[in-house]
Design a protein around this ligand. Structure first.
Ligand code: NAP
Length: 234
């Protein structure tokens, strides 16, 4: 089983790499952008990739075999200069464009360059870690407009890819996944109000996602799953 984890250097991404290393028959390919993680293993190959850059993804595609599973675990909520907006008065177009570039574009580029790798006789999965905050129907609180809009755009991109691939590669299941609040660098500064028992470890989230993968097939393509296996509204 060949598995690609995009963003294997992130909190959730690294937990996914570790999770799949436990499978005897798995070969893991994983990407990082800045610092190569210290995790080494004979079944693990690291690639330095900036997945917002199309030529980087095209180069990566040339080095990979057919894949059973591709999970895109990269994402951004804040950077050194900006926090998510409390109100629309805090809106900054550069920060908005950065959210789109990191949270949306990579999944489209991965679908463009790696569709062929997922076209297999048996089933395959193409999954991106989204966030419930990107659900338009579920939006009751407002705020965080750039991140929220980028995840909504990501969801639309995934739904669109799933419809296209239903005809072109009917064995591939395309899903969006909401991990719940997970203890990583991305959420660190927003964890104060998380109810007890609702701040998850990346290891738990990796298990939840794998559970969903094990219980879904191409018949489920185009769905948005929460960590507990429930289906979220787009
Ligand atoms: N943590 C949560 O509570 C939570 C909740 C809902 C959804 N999510 C989603 O879960 C996903 C994973 O987040 P996380 O919590 O694991 O965050 P994280 O620990 O901050 O990891 C983020 C990852 O994104 C990568 N990345 C950022 N910009 C990149 C770029 N331009 N090119 C390539 N890689 C880039 C980082 O790579 P480098 O480290 O190499 O720069 C890192 O691997 C994100 O999509 C996030 O929106 C998280």
């Amino acid at each position: 089983m060949n598995v690609l984890i995009v963003g294997g250097s992130g909190g959730i991404g690294l937990a996914l790499v570790q999770h799949y290393l436990a499978y005897e028959d798995a070969n893991i390919f994983a990407t990082y952008r800045t610092q190569k993680p210290s995790l080494n293993h004979p079944k693990l190959t690291w690639f330095k990739v900036n997945v917002t850059v199309e030529s980087d993804i095209a180069d990566l595609a040339q080095q990979l075999p057919k894949l059973r599973l591709l999970i895109n675990a990269i994402g951004m909520l804040h950077d050194g200069e900006h926090n998510p907006e409390k109100t629309v008065n805090d809106f900054d177009s550069d920060f908005f464009n950065k959210n789109i570039a990191i949270n949306v574009t990579p999944s489209l580029l991965l679908a463009k360059h790696l569709a062929h790798h997922l076209k297999t006789k048996s089933s395959s999965h193409f999954i991106t870690i989204s966030a419930k905050i990107g659900s338009i129907e579920d939006n009751r609180l407002g705020g965080w407009v750039s991140y929220r809009s980028s995840k909504a755009a990501l969801n639309m991109a995934l739904k669109t890819i799933s419809i296209e691939w239903r005809f072109k590669q009917s064995n591939t299941c395309v899903l969006a996944f909401h991990p719940g609040t997970t203890d990583t660098n991305l959420s660190k500064r927003f964890q104060q109000n998380v109810p007890e028992g609702k701040l998850f470890t990346p290891e738990y989230v990796a298990e939840c996602l794998n559970n969903i993968i094990c219980h879904t097939s191409a018949n489920d393509t185009g769905k948005f799953y929460s960590y507990d296996g429930s289906i979220l509204p787009w």
